[in-house]
Design a protein around this ligand. Structure first.
Ligand code: Z5A
Length: 217
C-alpha cells in the first residue's frame, strides 16, 4: 500500500466492536498486510491513563459532561499524532475501536452537549485525520446491555456501562443520524447477526472499499 488506510469501528455497548476488530486484524495479518490496531479512549500511554480516569466508578470524582468531553478529546489528539498519522504515513492499515463519531453519539446525542460546539473541538483534536471507512455495528441497546451483563454480571465496574437503556437509545439514534449524513464513509451492519456472519460482511465490504480506494489513489 502506497498510502495507509484508516478504518474505524463504532456502535454502542456490546455491539461487538472489540470482537470484530480482533477478527479482522487477525485475518488481515494472516494475509501479510501491515495492520495497526488501536482503541479509544487509550492507545497511547497518556490515553490509557485518561481511559482509567474516565471509567472509574468513583462517583465523587465523576466528571461533568464538558470535562468528560475534553478528556476523550485529549486522548484522541495524542493518539492521532503519536500513532495514527505516522502509521498512515508508513502505508499501514490502521483500525481503531471508536473515534470521533463516538463523541458525537455519546457526548452530543446522549449527553446533549451542543453539536455546534463539539464539531469544531473534535476537528481541532484530529485535524484532517478522518477515517476512510467506518463500520457502524447497529444493535438494540437492550441486547447490548444483556451481552455486557452476561460478560460482567449485573453491576459493571465501568461508570459509563451503568447508564440506562434510554441513554443508549439516544446513542444509537445519534449514530444512525451520522451514518445517514455520511453514507460514503459509513457502512451500517446489523449486529444482531452471529459473530461469524458480521465478520464475513465486514471483510467483504472492506475488500470492496479497499479496491475502490486503491483505484482512486
Ligand atoms: N466514549 C464516549 O463517551 N465518547 C468518546 O468519544 C469515546 C468513548 C471514544 C469506552 O468504553 C466508553 O467510552 C464507551 C463509550 C465511551 N462507553 N460506554 N459505556 P469501552 O471501550 O470499555 O467500551 P465499548 O467500546 O463500549 O466496548 P464493549 O462494551 O466491550 O462493547 P463491544 O466492543 O462493542 O463488544 P464486544 O466486547 O466485542 O462484545 C461484548 C460481548 O458480546 C462479548 O461477550 C462478546 O463475545 C459478545 N458478542 C459480540 N458479538 C456478538 C454477536 N454478534 N452475537 C452475540 N454475542 C456477541
Amino acid at each position: 500500500m502506497k498510502r495507509g488506510i484508516f478504518v474505524t469501528f463504532e456502535g454502542s455497548e456490546g455491539a461487538g466492536k472489540s470482537t470484530q476488530v480482533s477478527l479482522l486484524t487477525e485475518r488481515l495479518r494472516k494475509l501479510g498486510l501491515p495492520v495497526l490496531t488501536l482503541r479509544e479512549p487509550g492507545g497511547t500511554e497518556l490515553g490509557e491513563e485518561i481511559r482509567l480516569l474516565i471509567r472509574r466508578v468513583d462517583f465523587a470524582i465523576a466528571p461533568c459532561a464538558e470535562a468528560e468531553l475534553l478528556l476523550f478529546l485529549a486522548s484522541r489528539a495524542q493518539l492521532v499524532r503519536e500513532k495514527i498519522l505516522p502509521a498512515i504515513h508508513d502505508g499501514m492499515l490502521v483500525i481503531c475501536d471508536r473515534y470521533c463519531d463516538s463523541t458525537i453519539a455519546y457526548q452530543g446525542a446522549a449527553r446533549s452537549l451542543s453539536l455546534e460546539k463539539i464539531g469544531p473541538i473534535n476537528a481541532f483534536a484530529v485535524g484532517k485525520c478522518i477515517p476512510n471507512i467506518t463500520f457502524l455495528l447497529d444493535l438494540d441497546p437492550a441486547e447490548g446491555l444483556r451481552r455486557i451483563h452476561l460478560r460482567h454480571g449485573k453491576e459493571s465496574d465501568d461508570r459509563m456501562e451503568r447508564e440506562s437503556v434510554a441513554f443508549f437509545e439516544k446513542v444509537r439514534a445519534g449514530y444512525l443520524n451520522l451514518a445517514k449524513r455520511e453514507p460514503d464513509r459509513f457502512a451500517v451492519l446489523d449486529a444482531h447477526k452471529s459473530i461469524e456472519t458480521v465478520h464475513g460482511e465486514i471483510y467483504d465490504l472492506l475488500c470492496q472499499r479497499l479496491g475502490d480506494l486503491m483505484e482512486s489513489n
